[in-house]
Write a protein that binds this ligand. Structure first.
Ligand code: ADP
Ligand code: ASP
Ligand code: MG
Length: 458
């Protein structure tokens, strides 16, 4: 069994869907289970529709819903038109789903208020439609696809918008639903990103969550490999949109890949690696536009012979919180009191640096900073710097080569740094810079680490 997951751009239009079906068809003997994202851009449109509904802009809601319906009809027209009964049947399902989401949106617009539960019900429809369309298109091409409702397979907690799988229930459901289909030589096709609570309420796993769905399902059925098919040749030394000359990484370890994903390498959702690690399932990142390329293989060992920098990631929309207390000079318990505040407000911290009287941390900008400042006031003087980015250099035994630090800091001369941190694990050297300097900092560091010839050892 393998999991084959296609991202939005890999199913963006009729030609891309046809290409994706060929990829599945060529791997039939490996017993694939297909996980698909919404068509490219659809989730963004659904988020925009929810926002329009919340601000009672019903005209905009109607326009977005009409556009989404038309887009799916157009793609279906090109993919399944030859068999008119498939087309008819798809349009019926499309109309039913669109009508349901339109009703919810109209209700939101009437109230001018949206709950996380309603938001998930709306955003989930992208994957519901794309997966049905994909399964129909497979049948059209005599590839035995069978649509599976993700809400029956992926059982989650009720943190709407950021749900986590309940693995025992999901394992049981996945085996009950998927394995009999595989035995009948059918290829299950399900939407990524979505699941449901035990009570049956629709949930989503967070933006970009279809990768995570693929890994959860892979772990649930004990797949031999999880394949993430996307629009680039694999995990690269940097986002190729930022560094066009970035190079593909052939093999990388779970820990390195997870660190890169966490620090902003969008090619993998940050939680994707965890379910794979638990069962040691290899994850492969592959390119639907370049099927012949070997991609990136992510395993426990990674590239056992390699150490040093592997890639650079950028995490944007970060705030730095500097906390100072001269009263605390030499006193114990300062850190515990500070972090109790973060714990109470459920704010997670990425990087930390400390001196005797001050502590600096980075947090996501989306948190309620006023509340944080208020709660920290009795303990420390607080200074917050917004619009920061973490530039994370990731690799195993990063500093084994003493030149690495010198190269990085030399390349960044002239760029003001708000903070930097080097984990003792030697896995991550992170630099925090103002958003306006981030791209230049990444380019400079990438050039110094991956584009300059390594000097011959004396
Ligand atoms: P999908 O729709 O297939 O899920 P995403 O847009 O979520 O695709 O992720 C693929 C994108 O991730 C690439 O187009 C690339 O711009 C970006 N990316 C960021 N960092 C990296 C990296 N280190 N290696 C490869 N791609 C990266
Ligand atoms: N469609 C969802 C999103 O755009 C999930 C995904 O594509 O992975 O966030
Ligand atoms: Mg993605």
């Amino acid at each position: 069994m393998i999991i084959i997951k296609f991202g939005g751009t890999s199913v963006g239009d009729a030609d891309r869907v046809a290409n994706a079906i060929e990829i599945v068809s060529a791997r039939q003997e490996r017993q694939p289970i297909v996980v698909v994202s919404a068509l490219a851009g659809v989730t963004n449109d659904l988020v925009a529709a929810s926002e329009a509904a919340r601000s009672c802009d019903i005209d905009r809601v109607n326009a977005i819903v009409a556009k989404l319906r038309q887009r799916h009809e157009d793609v279906a027209m090109r993919l399944v038109q030859q068999k008119f009964d498939f087309f008819e049947s798809f349009i019926k399902q499309l109309d039913k789903q669109i009508e349901q989401v339109h009703t919810i949106l109209k209700g939101i617009a009437l109230l001018g208020e949206i709950t996380p539960r309603a938001r998930d019900k709306v955003t989930a429809i992208g994957e519901k439609l794309s997966s049905v369309l994909f399964a129909y298109s497979m049948m059209m091409r005599a590839v035995p696809g069978e649509h599976v409702d993700s809400e029956e397979v992926l059982i989650t907690d009720d943190r709407f918008g950021d749900a986590a799988p309940l693995m025992d229930e999901t394992r049981a459901a996945a085996r009950r639903v998927l394995l009999p289909l595989l035995e009948r030589k059918l290829i299950p096709v399900m939407g990524g990103f979505i699941g449901s609570t035990r009570e049956g309420a629709t949930t989503t796993l967070g933006r970009g969550g279809s990768d995570y769905s693929a890994a959860i399902v892979g772990a649930a059925v004990g797949a031999e490999e999880i394949q993430i098919w996307t629009d680039v040749d694999g995990m690269m030394t940097c986002d190729p949109r930022l560094i066009p000359g970035a190079k593909v990484i052939g093999r990388i370890s779970y820990t390195e890949a997870a660190e890169l994903a966490w620090f902003g390498a969008k090619v993998l959702h940050p939680k994707t690696i965890a379910p794979a690690v638990a069962q040691k399932i290899p994850v492969r990142v592959l390119n639907t536009h370049n099927v012949a390329s070997a991609g990136t293989l992510i395993t426990e060992a990674g590239d056992a012979d390699d150490h040093g920098p592997r890639a650079i990631a950028v995490k944007r929309n970060i705030s730095v919180v500097h906390m100072t207390s001269s009263k605390m000079l030499g006193a114990h318990g300062f850190l515990a009191r500070l972090f109790a505040v973060f714990e109470a407000l459920e704010i997670s911290v990425d990087l930390i640096t400390t001196s005797e009287v001050s502590v600096s941390v980075t947090i996501d900008e989306r948190h309620n900073l006023d509340k944080l400042v208020e709660a920290l006031k009795p303990i420390a003087e607080v200074q917050i710097i917004d619009s920061q980015c973490i530039v994370a250099i990731v690799g195993r035994d990063l500093m084994k080569d003493a030149e690495v630090g010198a190269r990085v800091f030399h390349s960044l001369r002239g760029v003001p740094l708000s903070m930097f941190s080097l984990g003792t694990s030697g896995l991550n050297l992170s630099i925090v810079v103002d958003d306006k300097h981030a791209d230049a900092a990444v380019r400079a560091a990438h050039h110094a680490l991956f584009e300059m010839p390594v000097e011959a050892e004396a």
